[in-house]
Write a protein of this length. Sequence first.
Length: 193
Amino acid sequence: MHRMRTAGGARTGVTVLGTVLGTAVATVGLASALATSAAAADRTSGHFDVAAEIECDANGEVVDVHAHVHEHVGGAHVELPAGDWLAFTGGGANGPAVGFAVEEDASCDLSEVEFTANALDAASTGTSLSAAGTAGAFSASKTAFSGSVTLGAGGHEDVAWSFATTGTYVLTFDVSVDGVPWATSEELPLKSS
């Protein structure tokens, strides 16, 4: 331990040690607070989309497609943190708004974007789900899947969800633009309790 002398000649080693320990405790406290805020959460409200982000060249031709799960926050799109679940109760009657969106470059010349449901991920603990809206309907279990949602350029639609049992449901969608397959979406993590 460093021992420092003040102008009056007194030793301040205890003061230095106290300052170091105080800083260490404050740092640990901050780290704990950050870890807590970054912990996985059940999101029971809010507005989320499986969003197809479409990039086009100057001629309007599609050159790339990414499909992410976004949350709408104050007019901005925020990626859903890893480990968070979009949580429903009442078999799907209560929970966040969850749907689909098309976000294309201004230069894009496209007619429709289709989100086709895949089978539930093997790690899902729920048995089957279904969803419906004016732009389409789909259902999925671990062994079977059918249906899709189709939107036009700039389209958006929230769907009504229904879960057969309580549990977790991890689902992806294949995304096609004007009939051409382009991408598979990020996992949509749903939970029913």
